[in-house]
Design a binder for this molecule. Structure first.
Ligand code: ZN
Length: 317
């Protein structure tokens, strides 16, 4: 597997990170530039003329036209936080540079915050990644596979119909040359025709070609205008087929990531967020050096979520 190009790319070193984002003023300037790349715009009237006032250690932007005051963090994933932005930025850096994901426990240790705070930071940032991933559909040649989260073999196949598992569809779009492009890992109600038809219409572009190992439910992708192309496995395990080399690699990497970084979590409630965080990182695997900036953009554009909402399953951003 020619993965060296990914593994040996230059990331952002810790000294470089602290040089750029080591102070609150640097983080504020970076967030301001991310939120308003063309300069501040009043969220109330759209006016550009403003002044900056300080209130309780935070910058407030006061519109000259309508006097509306908005804070730098209002309307972002950071809304309502009592933490310094330097803590959030360090979390963004650590999460974006960790190859196989980072647990809330590791974040707690590295940020010097309590476990509940680290958990919330982690889930809010994963929610921002999920929101980003939901903007994309897969198109062209797409390998798909049925997989499960939960139990001893999390991330891999645990046998169709197993109980106490979260079923999800693993999908991977391929270039004409056979190279992997983007992945989507989506929890589904089950591997029924109805569930797969719904999944396909939400996640695949019409006229895509869906390559799978012949599991009958995937024929329902035709309802979303896709071409169903099964490979009949006839006694061979799908993982042994060269056609499915890349989707199996993705599932193997997912398993390594989940086993190494997370151990166990509430699969039924949070599977969608962990899967999207894995896909987010995979889909930007060639951009390690700028991943923290991309995640900052996602965090600045993902709406605010209260802790109560984050603790509920399946939040839309
Ligand atoms: Zn205004």
């Amino acid at each position: 597997m020619a993965m060296n190009r990914i593994q040996f790319q230059r990331g952002l070193s810790m000294p470089e990170f602290f040089q750029q984002f080591g102070t609150e003023a640097q983080c504020e300037a970076a967030l301001e530039a991310t939120r308003w790349p063309e300069g501040f715009r009043c969220p109330h009237c759209g006016g550009a003329a403003h002044c900056v006032v300080q209130s309780r250690g935070r910058q407030l932007y006061q519109c000259n036209a309508c006097r509306h005051q908005s804070s730098l963090i209002a309307g972002t994933v950071f809304q309502g936080t009592k933490l310094a932005l330097t803590v959030w930025f360090l979390a963004i850096y650590l999460i974006s540079q960790a190859k196989t994901g980072l647990s809330a426990l590791a974040l707690k240790r590295q940020l010097g915050v309590s476990y509940p705070t680290a958990w919330l930071i982690h889930h809010k940032l994963m929610q921002a990644m999920l929101d980003r991933e939901q903007h994309y559909v897969l198109e062209g040649q797409i390998q798909v596979d049925d997989a499960y989260l939960g139990g001893e073999r999390s991330g891999g196949k645990a046998g169709r119909g197993s109980e106490n598992k979260v079923p999800f569809v693993a999908a991977l779009s391929m270039s004409d040359e056979g190279h992997p492009l983007r992945t989507k890992l989506t929890p589904v109600a089950g591997f029924s025709l109805k569930a797969i038809a719904q999944w396909a219409s939400a996640n695949l572009a019409p006229s895509s070609t869906v390559l799978c190992d012949g599991l009958a439910c995937f024929s329902a992708v035709a309802e979303a205008g896709c071409v169903y192309q099964p490979t009949i496995v006839a006694g061979r395990k799908p993982k042994d087929l060269p056609e499915f080399e890349w989707i199996n690699t993705v599932l193997g990497n997912l398993k390594t990531s989940l086993n190494g970084a997370y151990h166990a979590f509430d699969f039924r409630k949070y599977a969608h967020r962990y899967l999207a965080a894995f896909a987010y990182r995979f889909n930007r695997r060639f951009n390690l050096r700028t991943l923290h900036k991309r995640l900052l953009i996602a965090a600045a554009n993902c709406g605010p979520h209260s802790e109560r909402i984050i603790r509920m399953a399946d939040v839309g951003c």
